[in-house]
Ligand binder design. Structure first.
Ligand SMILES: Cc1ncc(COP(=O)(O)O)c(C=O)c1O
Length: 418
Protein backbone atom coordinates (compact mmCIF):
# COMPACT_ATOMS: atom_id res chain seq x y z
CA UNK A 1 0.00 0.00 0.00
CA UNK A 2 1.64 3.25 -1.02
CA UNK A 3 -1.18 5.62 -0.15
CA UNK A 4 -0.71 8.38 2.39
CA UNK A 5 -3.06 8.06 5.35
CA UNK A 6 -5.11 11.24 5.49
CA UNK A 7 -7.88 9.94 7.73
CA UNK A 8 -7.00 12.45 10.43
CA UNK A 9 -6.07 15.33 8.09
CA UNK A 10 -7.12 18.70 9.54
CA UNK A 11 -6.87 22.27 8.26
CA UNK A 12 -3.27 22.55 9.42
CA UNK A 13 -2.24 19.35 7.63
CA UNK A 14 -3.87 20.55 4.43
CA UNK A 15 -2.33 24.01 4.65
CA UNK A 16 1.08 22.38 5.13
CA UNK A 17 0.56 20.21 2.05
CA UNK A 18 -0.02 23.33 -0.05
CA UNK A 19 2.84 25.20 1.57
CA UNK A 20 5.31 22.38 0.91
CA UNK A 21 4.03 21.54 -2.57
CA UNK A 22 7.02 21.58 -4.96
CA UNK A 23 4.63 22.37 -7.82
CA UNK A 24 2.95 25.26 -6.00
CA UNK A 25 4.23 27.95 -8.36
CA UNK A 26 3.09 26.10 -11.50
CA UNK A 27 -0.52 26.96 -10.65
CA UNK A 28 0.20 30.61 -11.45
CA UNK A 29 0.89 29.63 -15.05
CA UNK A 30 -2.73 28.50 -15.47
CA UNK A 31 -5.96 30.37 -16.07
CA UNK A 32 -8.39 28.93 -13.54
CA UNK A 33 -11.52 31.07 -13.25
CA UNK A 34 -12.28 32.57 -9.84
CA UNK A 35 -14.73 30.45 -7.86
CA UNK A 36 -14.07 27.27 -9.84
CA UNK A 37 -12.56 24.10 -8.43
CA UNK A 38 -11.51 22.33 -11.57
CA UNK A 39 -11.57 18.57 -11.12
CA UNK A 40 -11.80 17.63 -14.79
CA UNK A 41 -8.24 18.00 -16.02
CA UNK A 42 -8.34 14.28 -16.79
CA UNK A 43 -10.86 15.09 -19.51
CA UNK A 44 -9.85 18.57 -20.68
CA UNK A 45 -6.70 20.07 -19.21
CA UNK A 46 -6.80 23.74 -18.21
CA UNK A 47 -5.37 26.62 -20.23
CA UNK A 48 -1.81 27.62 -19.38
CA UNK A 49 -0.80 31.23 -20.03
CA UNK A 50 2.18 30.30 -22.27
CA UNK A 51 -0.28 28.34 -24.41
CA UNK A 52 -2.52 31.35 -24.93
CA UNK A 53 0.51 33.50 -25.73
CA UNK A 54 1.88 30.99 -28.21
CA UNK A 55 -1.41 30.55 -30.06
CA UNK A 56 -1.77 34.34 -30.20
CA UNK A 57 1.71 34.62 -31.69
CA UNK A 58 1.00 31.93 -34.26
CA UNK A 59 -2.12 33.79 -35.34
CA UNK A 60 -0.67 37.26 -35.52
CA UNK A 61 3.01 36.80 -36.28
CA UNK A 62 3.18 33.48 -38.13
CA UNK A 63 -0.08 33.04 -40.04
CA UNK A 64 -0.94 36.74 -40.04
CA UNK A 65 2.42 38.02 -41.21
CA UNK A 66 4.34 35.16 -42.80
CA UNK A 67 1.37 33.41 -44.39
CA UNK A 68 2.34 30.28 -46.30
CA UNK A 69 6.04 30.97 -45.74
CA UNK A 70 5.54 30.03 -42.10
CA UNK A 71 5.44 26.35 -43.06
CA UNK A 72 9.21 26.74 -43.34
CA UNK A 73 10.08 29.95 -41.45
CA UNK A 74 8.11 28.93 -38.33
CA UNK A 75 8.78 25.22 -38.79
CA UNK A 76 5.11 24.26 -39.08
CA UNK A 77 5.95 21.43 -41.43
CA UNK A 78 8.17 19.79 -38.80
CA UNK A 79 5.56 19.97 -36.06
CA UNK A 80 4.32 16.37 -36.06
CA UNK A 81 7.85 15.10 -35.43
CA UNK A 82 9.02 18.04 -33.32
CA UNK A 83 6.05 17.99 -30.98
CA UNK A 84 6.20 14.19 -30.93
CA UNK A 85 9.80 14.42 -29.72
CA UNK A 86 8.55 16.59 -26.83
CA UNK A 87 5.98 13.96 -25.84
CA UNK A 88 8.67 11.25 -25.95
CA UNK A 89 10.37 11.88 -22.57
CA UNK A 90 7.00 11.85 -20.83
CA UNK A 91 6.28 8.31 -22.03
CA UNK A 92 9.70 6.69 -21.95
CA UNK A 93 10.24 6.82 -25.70
CA UNK A 94 13.04 8.06 -27.91
CA UNK A 95 12.39 11.32 -29.80
CA UNK A 96 12.20 9.53 -33.16
CA UNK A 97 9.62 7.02 -31.94
CA UNK A 98 6.73 9.47 -31.52
CA UNK A 99 4.68 11.71 -33.81
CA UNK A 100 1.76 13.99 -33.02
CA UNK A 101 -1.06 13.74 -35.54
CA UNK A 102 -4.79 13.19 -35.85
CA UNK A 103 -6.93 12.01 -32.94
CA UNK A 104 -6.32 9.11 -30.58
CA UNK A 105 -9.07 7.14 -32.34
CA UNK A 106 -7.47 7.57 -35.77
CA UNK A 107 -4.02 6.75 -34.40
CA UNK A 108 -5.38 3.62 -32.81
CA UNK A 109 -6.77 2.52 -36.16
CA UNK A 110 -3.33 2.98 -37.70
CA UNK A 111 -1.58 1.11 -34.88
CA UNK A 112 -3.96 -1.84 -34.84
CA UNK A 113 -3.61 -2.40 -38.58
CA UNK A 114 0.14 -1.87 -38.48
CA UNK A 115 0.58 -4.31 -35.58
CA UNK A 116 -1.66 -6.94 -37.14
CA UNK A 117 0.20 -6.57 -40.42
CA UNK A 118 3.50 -7.20 -38.64
CA UNK A 119 2.05 -10.27 -37.00
CA UNK A 120 0.48 -12.15 -39.92
CA UNK A 121 -1.12 -14.64 -40.19
CA UNK A 122 -2.49 -14.02 -36.70
CA UNK A 123 -5.89 -12.41 -36.97
CA UNK A 124 -7.37 -11.51 -33.57
CA UNK A 125 -7.39 -8.07 -31.96
CA UNK A 126 -8.01 -8.51 -28.28
CA UNK A 127 -9.61 -5.80 -26.13
CA UNK A 128 -11.38 -5.79 -22.77
CA UNK A 129 -15.04 -5.02 -22.39
CA UNK A 130 -15.62 -1.82 -20.44
CA UNK A 131 -12.59 -0.10 -21.94
CA UNK A 132 -12.97 3.42 -23.29
CA UNK A 133 -15.48 2.98 -26.14
CA UNK A 134 -13.28 4.26 -28.94
CA UNK A 135 -10.72 1.51 -28.31
CA UNK A 136 -13.40 -1.13 -28.74
CA UNK A 137 -15.24 0.62 -31.58
CA UNK A 138 -12.06 1.10 -33.59
CA UNK A 139 -11.21 -2.59 -33.20
CA UNK A 140 -14.73 -3.38 -34.47
CA UNK A 141 -14.14 -1.01 -37.38
CA UNK A 142 -10.88 -2.78 -38.22
CA UNK A 143 -12.81 -6.04 -38.47
CA UNK A 144 -15.30 -4.40 -40.84
CA UNK A 145 -12.65 -2.65 -42.92
CA UNK A 146 -10.79 -5.92 -43.45
CA UNK A 147 -13.98 -7.87 -44.22
CA UNK A 148 -13.26 -10.08 -41.25
CA UNK A 149 -9.67 -11.00 -42.06
CA UNK A 150 -8.94 -9.38 -38.72
CA UNK A 151 -11.36 -10.22 -35.96
CA UNK A 152 -12.09 -8.22 -32.87
CA UNK A 153 -12.45 -10.28 -29.71
CA UNK A 154 -13.45 -8.42 -26.54
CA UNK A 155 -12.80 -10.36 -23.34
CA UNK A 156 -14.15 -9.88 -19.82
CA UNK A 157 -12.67 -7.04 -17.76
CA UNK A 158 -9.39 -8.18 -16.23
CA UNK A 159 -9.19 -11.28 -18.46
CA UNK A 160 -6.88 -9.89 -21.13
CA UNK A 161 -3.73 -11.78 -20.14
CA UNK A 162 -5.58 -15.07 -19.85
CA UNK A 163 -7.33 -14.56 -23.20
CA UNK A 164 -4.24 -14.21 -25.37
CA UNK A 165 -3.83 -17.25 -27.59
CA UNK A 166 -2.07 -18.39 -30.74
CA UNK A 167 -4.47 -16.35 -32.94
CA UNK A 168 -3.91 -13.08 -31.09
CA UNK A 169 -2.12 -10.58 -33.30
CA UNK A 170 -2.35 -7.64 -30.90
CA UNK A 171 -3.85 -6.59 -27.59
CA UNK A 172 -5.18 -3.08 -26.96
CA UNK A 173 -5.45 -1.78 -23.42
CA UNK A 174 -5.54 1.52 -21.57
CA UNK A 175 -2.69 2.11 -19.16
CA UNK A 176 -5.17 3.80 -16.80
CA UNK A 177 -8.84 2.87 -17.10
CA UNK A 178 -10.94 5.88 -18.04
CA UNK A 179 -13.67 5.21 -15.49
CA UNK A 180 -12.11 3.46 -12.51
CA UNK A 181 -8.56 4.91 -12.86
CA UNK A 182 -7.19 1.37 -12.41
CA UNK A 183 -3.53 1.39 -13.43
CA UNK A 184 -2.42 -1.64 -15.44
CA UNK A 185 0.97 -3.28 -15.12
CA UNK A 186 2.28 -2.34 -18.53
CA UNK A 187 5.50 -4.25 -18.19
CA UNK A 188 3.90 -7.53 -17.06
CA UNK A 189 1.04 -7.43 -19.59
CA UNK A 190 3.36 -6.59 -22.47
CA UNK A 191 5.64 -9.45 -21.43
CA UNK A 192 2.67 -11.82 -21.31
CA UNK A 193 1.56 -10.69 -24.77
CA UNK A 194 5.05 -11.13 -26.18
CA UNK A 195 5.50 -14.55 -24.60
CA UNK A 196 2.35 -15.65 -26.44
CA UNK A 197 3.52 -14.08 -29.71
CA UNK A 198 1.18 -11.06 -29.63
CA UNK A 199 2.04 -7.36 -29.87
CA UNK A 200 0.93 -4.80 -27.28
CA UNK A 201 -0.75 -1.49 -28.09
CA UNK A 202 -1.22 0.88 -25.15
CA UNK A 203 -3.65 3.76 -24.81
CA UNK A 204 -1.88 6.30 -22.59
CA UNK A 205 -4.63 8.92 -22.64
CA UNK A 206 -5.07 8.87 -18.85
CA UNK A 207 -1.44 8.50 -17.88
CA UNK A 208 0.71 10.66 -20.18
CA UNK A 209 1.64 13.83 -18.33
CA UNK A 210 0.25 12.59 -15.02
CA UNK A 211 2.24 9.45 -14.21
CA UNK A 212 5.66 8.10 -14.97
CA UNK A 213 5.29 6.04 -18.13
CA UNK A 214 8.12 3.91 -19.48
CA UNK A 215 7.30 2.36 -22.84
CA UNK A 216 10.93 1.37 -23.38
CA UNK A 217 11.20 -0.51 -20.09
CA UNK A 218 7.93 -2.28 -20.86
CA UNK A 219 9.10 -3.07 -24.41
CA UNK A 220 5.72 -1.84 -25.67
CA UNK A 221 5.15 -2.11 -29.41
CA UNK A 222 2.77 0.75 -30.14
CA UNK A 223 1.01 3.42 -28.08
CA UNK A 224 -1.42 6.27 -28.55
CA UNK A 225 -2.80 8.99 -26.33
CA UNK A 226 -4.71 12.25 -26.11
CA UNK A 227 -3.12 15.68 -26.19
CA UNK A 228 -5.96 17.43 -24.40
CA UNK A 229 -6.05 15.70 -21.02
CA UNK A 230 -2.98 15.90 -18.75
CA UNK A 231 -0.93 17.28 -21.64
CA UNK A 232 -3.14 20.39 -21.56
CA UNK A 233 -3.05 20.89 -25.33
CA UNK A 234 -6.58 22.31 -25.49
CA UNK A 235 -9.95 21.09 -26.75
CA UNK A 236 -9.47 18.62 -29.59
CA UNK A 237 -5.68 18.87 -29.38
CA UNK A 238 -3.89 16.44 -31.68
CA UNK A 239 -2.96 13.04 -30.30
CA UNK A 240 0.34 11.19 -30.22
CA UNK A 241 1.44 7.88 -31.68
CA UNK A 242 4.43 5.79 -30.59
CA UNK A 243 6.00 2.97 -32.58
CA UNK A 244 8.98 1.08 -31.12
CA UNK A 245 12.08 1.51 -33.23
CA UNK A 246 12.49 -2.22 -33.79
CA UNK A 247 9.30 -2.11 -35.92
CA UNK A 248 10.22 0.91 -38.00
CA UNK A 249 11.66 -0.83 -41.03
CA UNK A 250 8.81 -3.29 -41.53
CA UNK A 251 5.72 -1.44 -40.26
CA UNK A 252 3.12 -0.02 -42.62
CA UNK A 253 0.54 2.67 -42.05
CA UNK A 254 -2.91 1.94 -43.43
CA UNK A 255 -3.53 5.67 -43.94
CA UNK A 256 -1.02 6.49 -46.63
CA UNK A 257 -1.43 10.25 -46.82
CA UNK A 258 0.95 12.57 -48.60
CA UNK A 259 2.67 13.91 -45.47
CA UNK A 260 3.59 10.38 -44.46
CA UNK A 261 5.37 10.02 -47.80
CA UNK A 262 9.15 9.85 -48.00
CA UNK A 263 9.19 12.98 -50.17
CA UNK A 264 5.91 14.90 -49.81
CA UNK A 265 7.06 17.70 -52.05
CA UNK A 266 8.33 15.31 -54.70
CA UNK A 267 4.68 14.84 -55.70
CA UNK A 268 5.43 11.36 -56.92
CA UNK A 269 2.73 9.23 -58.51
CA UNK A 270 2.88 6.51 -55.93
CA UNK A 271 3.26 6.21 -52.15
CA UNK A 272 6.61 5.54 -50.53
CA UNK A 273 6.63 5.56 -46.72
CA UNK A 274 8.58 8.18 -44.82
CA UNK A 275 11.40 7.08 -42.58
CA UNK A 276 10.33 5.49 -39.28
CA UNK A 277 7.38 6.75 -37.28
CA UNK A 278 6.98 9.66 -39.71
CA UNK A 279 4.98 7.37 -41.97
CA UNK A 280 2.12 7.60 -39.47
CA UNK A 281 1.70 11.27 -40.30
CA UNK A 282 -1.17 11.39 -42.73
CA UNK A 283 -2.37 14.85 -43.76
CA UNK A 284 -1.65 18.48 -42.98
CA UNK A 285 -1.25 19.14 -39.24
CA UNK A 286 -3.65 21.54 -37.54
CA UNK A 287 -1.07 24.17 -36.71
CA UNK A 288 -3.10 26.07 -34.11
CA UNK A 289 -3.78 22.93 -32.10
CA UNK A 290 -0.21 21.74 -32.53
CA UNK A 291 1.11 25.09 -31.31
CA UNK A 292 -1.05 24.98 -28.21
CA UNK A 293 0.13 21.46 -27.42
CA UNK A 294 3.76 22.34 -28.06
CA UNK A 295 3.64 25.32 -25.69
CA UNK A 296 2.05 23.17 -23.03
CA UNK A 297 4.68 20.46 -23.49
CA UNK A 298 7.40 23.09 -23.15
CA UNK A 299 5.95 23.92 -19.75
CA UNK A 300 5.57 20.27 -18.72
CA UNK A 301 9.02 19.36 -20.00
CA UNK A 302 10.68 21.52 -17.36
CA UNK A 303 8.92 19.75 -14.49
CA UNK A 304 9.68 16.62 -12.53
CA UNK A 305 7.23 13.92 -13.59
CA UNK A 306 7.89 11.94 -10.40
CA UNK A 307 6.79 14.98 -8.36
CA UNK A 308 3.72 15.32 -10.57
CA UNK A 309 2.81 11.68 -10.03
CA UNK A 310 3.38 11.94 -6.28
CA UNK A 311 1.17 15.00 -5.95
CA UNK A 312 -1.60 13.52 -8.10
CA UNK A 313 -1.71 10.46 -5.88
CA UNK A 314 -1.72 12.51 -2.69
CA UNK A 315 -4.55 14.68 -3.96
CA UNK A 316 -6.49 11.51 -4.70
CA UNK A 317 -5.66 10.01 -1.28
CA UNK A 318 -6.80 13.18 0.44
CA UNK A 319 -10.04 13.25 -1.54
CA UNK A 320 -10.87 9.63 -0.70
CA UNK A 321 -10.11 10.14 3.00
CA UNK A 322 -12.20 13.34 3.23
CA UNK A 323 -15.14 11.87 1.28
CA UNK A 324 -15.20 8.81 3.52
CA UNK A 325 -15.07 10.98 6.64
CA UNK A 326 -17.45 13.76 5.59
CA UNK A 327 -19.88 12.04 3.21
CA UNK A 328 -20.44 8.62 4.80
CA UNK A 329 -24.02 7.39 4.79
CA UNK A 330 -25.12 9.11 1.58
CA UNK A 331 -24.74 6.09 -0.71
CA UNK A 332 -21.39 6.91 -2.29
CA UNK A 333 -18.96 4.06 -2.91
CA UNK A 334 -15.37 4.18 -4.06
CA UNK A 335 -15.03 2.89 -7.63
CA UNK A 336 -11.27 3.41 -7.90
CA UNK A 337 -8.39 1.51 -6.31
CA UNK A 338 -7.75 2.67 -2.77
CA UNK A 339 -4.05 2.00 -3.14
CA UNK A 340 -2.57 5.02 -4.89
CA UNK A 341 0.06 2.83 -6.56
CA UNK A 342 -2.72 1.12 -8.51
CA UNK A 343 -4.51 4.32 -9.43
CA UNK A 344 -4.17 6.99 -12.08
CA UNK A 345 -4.79 10.63 -11.31
CA UNK A 346 -8.56 10.61 -10.98
CA UNK A 347 -10.97 9.07 -8.51
CA UNK A 348 -14.39 7.67 -9.37
CA UNK A 349 -17.24 7.41 -6.91
CA UNK A 350 -20.42 5.52 -7.62
CA UNK A 351 -23.88 6.63 -6.68
CA UNK A 352 -27.21 5.57 -8.22
CA UNK A 353 -28.02 9.28 -8.63
CA UNK A 354 -24.55 10.24 -9.76
CA UNK A 355 -25.72 12.40 -12.64
CA UNK A 356 -27.86 14.93 -10.74
CA UNK A 357 -25.30 15.04 -7.94
CA UNK A 358 -22.59 15.96 -10.43
CA UNK A 359 -24.83 18.60 -12.05
CA UNK A 360 -25.44 20.14 -8.62
CA UNK A 361 -21.72 20.12 -7.91
CA UNK A 362 -20.94 21.82 -11.21
CA UNK A 363 -23.49 24.51 -10.47
CA UNK A 364 -21.60 25.17 -7.22
CA UNK A 365 -18.33 25.50 -9.15
CA UNK A 366 -16.92 22.03 -8.53
CA UNK A 367 -16.31 20.74 -12.02
CA UNK A 368 -16.04 16.99 -12.39
CA UNK A 369 -17.86 14.74 -14.83
CA UNK A 370 -20.17 11.76 -15.01
CA UNK A 371 -19.74 8.44 -16.79
CA UNK A 372 -22.62 6.05 -17.33
CA UNK A 373 -24.14 4.33 -15.57
CA UNK A 374 -23.32 5.76 -12.15
CA UNK A 375 -19.75 7.10 -11.91
CA UNK A 376 -18.86 10.57 -10.69
CA UNK A 377 -15.29 11.26 -11.83
CA UNK A 378 -12.99 13.70 -10.10
CA UNK A 379 -9.65 14.45 -11.75
CA UNK A 380 -6.69 15.74 -9.75
CA UNK A 381 -4.42 17.42 -12.26
CA UNK A 382 -1.29 18.01 -10.19
CA UNK A 383 -0.06 21.08 -12.05
CA UNK A 384 -2.82 23.42 -11.02
CA UNK A 385 -4.76 21.91 -8.16
CA UNK A 386 -4.34 22.84 -4.53
CA UNK A 387 -4.95 20.53 -1.61
CA UNK A 388 -7.27 23.05 -0.03
CA UNK A 389 -9.42 22.96 -3.14
CA UNK A 390 -9.87 19.23 -2.63
CA UNK A 391 -11.04 19.98 0.89
CA UNK A 392 -13.41 22.69 -0.32
CA UNK A 393 -14.82 20.39 -3.01
CA UNK A 394 -15.60 17.71 -0.43
CA UNK A 395 -17.30 20.32 1.79
CA UNK A 396 -19.52 21.30 -1.13
CA UNK A 397 -20.23 17.65 -1.95
CA UNK A 398 -21.25 17.11 1.67
CA UNK A 399 -23.52 20.15 1.56
CA UNK A 400 -25.23 18.97 -1.64
CA UNK A 401 -25.78 15.49 -0.25
CA UNK A 402 -26.91 16.51 3.22
CA UNK A 403 -29.26 19.22 1.96
CA UNK A 404 -30.67 16.96 -0.78
CA UNK A 405 -30.27 19.87 -3.19
CA UNK A 406 -29.33 17.51 -6.00
CA UNK A 407 -32.94 16.27 -6.03
CA UNK A 408 -34.15 19.37 -7.85
CA UNK A 409 -35.60 18.09 -11.16
CA UNK A 410 -33.48 20.36 -13.36
CA UNK A 411 -30.32 18.51 -12.33
CA UNK A 412 -31.68 15.31 -13.83
CA UNK A 413 -31.96 16.74 -17.35
CA UNK A 414 -29.18 15.13 -19.37
CA UNK A 415 -26.87 17.42 -21.30
CA UNK A 416 -25.22 16.33 -24.55
CA UNK A 417 -21.81 16.21 -22.85
CA UNK A 418 -21.78 14.67 -19.39
C1 LIG B 1 -8.78 6.22 -22.96
C2 LIG B 1 -9.22 7.11 -24.08
N1 LIG B 1 -8.87 6.80 -25.34
C3 LIG B 1 -9.25 7.57 -26.38
C4 LIG B 1 -10.03 8.69 -26.19
C5 LIG B 1 -10.55 9.47 -27.37
O1 LIG B 1 -9.59 10.16 -28.03
P1 LIG B 1 -9.94 11.01 -29.34
O2 LIG B 1 -11.19 11.77 -29.08
O3 LIG B 1 -8.72 11.87 -29.52
O4 LIG B 1 -10.07 10.07 -30.46
C6 LIG B 1 -10.38 9.07 -24.90
C7 LIG B 1 -11.20 10.28 -24.68
O5 LIG B 1 -11.63 10.62 -23.64
C8 LIG B 1 -9.98 8.24 -23.82
O6 LIG B 1 -10.34 8.54 -22.56
Amino acid sequence: MSSVDFTAADDATIAALDRDDPLRAVRDQFEIPEGIIYLDGNSLGALARPVAERVGAVLTREWGRDLIGAWVSAGWIDMPRRVGAKVAPLIGAAPDEVVVADSTSVNLFKCILAAADLNRPRSVILTERGEFPTDVYVAEGVEQATDGRLRHRPCAPGALAASIDADTAAVVLSHVHYRSAQLRDMRALTATAHAAGALAIWDLSHSAGALRVDLAAAAADFAVGCGYKYLNGGPGAPAFLFAARRHHAAMRSPLTGWLGHAAPFGFEDSYRPAEGVGRFICGTPGVLGMSALEASLDLLGGLDIAAIERKGRRLGDLFIALVERRCAGFGLTLASPRDAAERGCHVALRHPQGYPIMRALIERGVIGDFREPDALRFGFAPLYLRYREVQAAVDILHDILSSGRWRQPRYAERQSVT
